[in-house]
Ligand binder design. Structure first.
Ligand SMILES: C[S@@+](CC[C@H](N)C(=O)[O-])C[C@H]1O[C@@H](n2cnc3c(N)ncnc32)[C@H](O)[C@@H]1O
Length: 193
């Protein structure tokens, strides 16, 4: 998928006209993720945002956790200039050292199978403790998403397709959270899937 696809018109359409989410709704989610991290004893000193788009997560962290070392990235040249991110393609790049928290919100559905598989490997390398991952699946396309406000021009894969690739690296905790298997958190049996 071409990076040109993510130009000004894309962000206007999905973040201004009929937004799929807003800075306020992302704030609630980010707060919940940080609260659960604290509950599990994970100190989030660094965070990586992959495909950060308008940068709502980054802005929330700047305001509420200014001491967290926060790196936001996106493949789109437009988004990187407009919203101040580092230009990276997650299917081709992983950081040199892991971040405590990685956010990948609404990104992998834009990648083809080969790119998405490579991106998951890079997310595994990038994640020290927790990954927040949201990616709509084929099932979501058919039964869950609001077709009026969601971009439907994506790759629609099954949940199992993603689970097979995530499971060697992550324990699925729920609510979009995946714990790095090499991380130190001892989850109770019924706390995770
Ligand atoms: C639906 S937006 C999500 C933006 C943000 N994460 C959010 O939830 O508000 C998808 C974003 O993924 C970015 N993206 C698409 N393919 C990417 C890739 N291979 N690597 C990094 N970012 C990518 C796009 O440029 C776009 O900004």
């Amino acid at each position: 998928m071409s990076a040109d696809r993510f130009g000004a018109a894309y962000y206007r359409r999905f973040y201004e006209q009929d937004p799929v989410h807003t800075a306020t709704t992302i704030g609630h989610l980010a707060q919940a993720v940080m609260s659960l991290s604290t509950w599990w004893g994970i100190r989030v000193g660094s965070a990586l945002d992959v495909g950060a788009g308008p940068g709502f997560w980054r802005d929330w962290f700047r305001e509420h956790h200014p001491t967290v070392h926060y790196v936001s990235t996106d493949v789109s040249e437009y988004a990187c200039k407009q919203y101040a991110h580092d230009q990276r393609d997650i299917s081709q790049w992983a950081p040199g050292k892991p971040f405590d928290l990685v956010v990948c919100h609404g990104v992998l559905q834009y990648l083809n199978n080969e790119q998405a598989s490579a991106a998951i490997l890079n997310l595994a390398t990038a994640t020290g403790h927790l990954l927040y991952l949201e990616v709509p699946t084929k099932h979501d396309h058919e039964h869950v998403i609001d077709a009026g406000s969601t971009d439907l021009d994506c790759h629609w894969r099954s949940g199992d397709w993603y689970r097979r690739r995530l499971a060697p690296h992550f324990l699925q905790v729920g609510a979009g959270l995946w714990a790095q298997r090499s991380g130190a958190v001892p989850f109770y049996e019924l706390e995770s899937c």
